[in-house]
Unconditional design. Structure first.
Length: 53
């Protein structure tokens, strides 16, 4: 994706970023009742230049 908006107080850089992640939904009666997501945030921060902060 593109870092097009503020992320953790880091202004948009419009840099392309790539990361791995996982999303899990718990569904009950056809509706999502819980949602979990995991991503490699450190990898994204490195790609937008936040490691120098």
């Amino acid at each position: 994706g593109i870092h097009a908006g503020e992320l953790l107080e880091i202004r948009a850089t419009n840099k392309e970023v790539e990361t791995d992640g996982m999303v899990i939904h718990r569904v009950r009666d056809g509706k999502i009742v819980r949602y979990w997501s995991v991503t490699e945030l450190a990898r994204v921060l490195q790609q937008v230049g936040a490691e120098s902060r």
